[in-house]
Write a protein that binds this ligand. Structure first.
Ligand code: SF4
Ligand code: SF4
Length: 223
């Protein structure tokens, strides 16, 4: 891993973002220690190879039959030889206002104050599935072995704990994924969001997702 990537994992000083143009700025959120991890998925770079899905399953020991990350293909649009497929990443959005956390009766679902990552403590989960019902992005599932709620946690207890990038980011051959600190104005992810057109899914719900997308489509995007 490069020094700059280690740098953002180590974290930076606290910063509060103020908004500029509405569609190109980060949500206004104050982090506790200056780290608020997010991700950009560049739909224009994704080729649908599913290397990210395989790496996620291997690193996080996700059993067959369930998945923390899916790449959904749609299309084709256009006609041969110009026909093209489009790809969409389906995974936890790491909402700053996560309804899955609000409804959890045991505190098993929580937002980690040190990183902004939404995670599940399996030792506290009773498998009631309230969080699964509350998530508007439909990304949670019951782990078939542990019988507790599960989903993407940006590899918080695996790759991140070892000072590495999330497995999906590491494995992507086209660099379609950028992970980093949304509260660091010098981070690669912030510069990417500032300089490219992005959208987030279902922002009208007030969940403040930290998954940004660079659209492959033209015109209005119905997130
Ligand atoms: S996407 Fe769903 S599971 Fe992830 S933080 Fe948001 S509400 Fe919770
Ligand atoms: S590894 Fe990268 S290119 Fe392949 S499906 Fe995942 S995001 Fe898309």
């Amino acid at each position: 891993m490069s020094c700059s990537r280690r740098h953002f994992i180590a974290g930076m000083g606290a910063v509060i973002f103020m908004t500029g143009p509405v569609n190109r700025t980060l949500a206004q959120t104050m982090s506790i220690n200056g780290i608020r991890y997010g991700m950009v998925y560049d739909e224009t770079r994704c080729i649908g190879c599913t290397a990210c899905m395989d790496a996620c399953r291997e690193v996080n020991k996700v059993p067959e039959g369930v998945s923390r990350l899916n790449i959904i293909r749609s299309g084709p649009t256009g006609e041969f030889p110009e026909a093209k497929y489009q790809f969409y990443r389906h995974s936890c959005q790491h909402c700053d206002n996560p309804p899955c956390v609000d409804v959890c009766p045991t505190g098993a679902s929580y937002k980690d104050a040190a990183t902004g990552i939404v995670d599940v403590n399996p030792d506290r989960c009773v498998g009631c599935q309230y969080c699964i019902a509350a998530c508007p992005y439909r990304v949670r599932f019951i782990h078939p072995v542990r019988k507790t709620a599960d989903k993407c946690n940006f590899c918080r207890d695996t790759n991140l704990a070892q000072g590495k990038l999330p497995a999906c980011v590491e494995s992507c051959p086209t660099k379609a994924l950028t992970f980093g600190n949304l509260d660091d104005p010098n981070s690669e992810i912030v510069k990417l969001i500032e300089n490219r057109t992005t959208y987030r899914a279902k922002v009208h719900l007030g969940t403040e997702p930290k998954m940004y997308r660079i659209p492959s489509k033209h015109g209005e995007i119905k997130g």
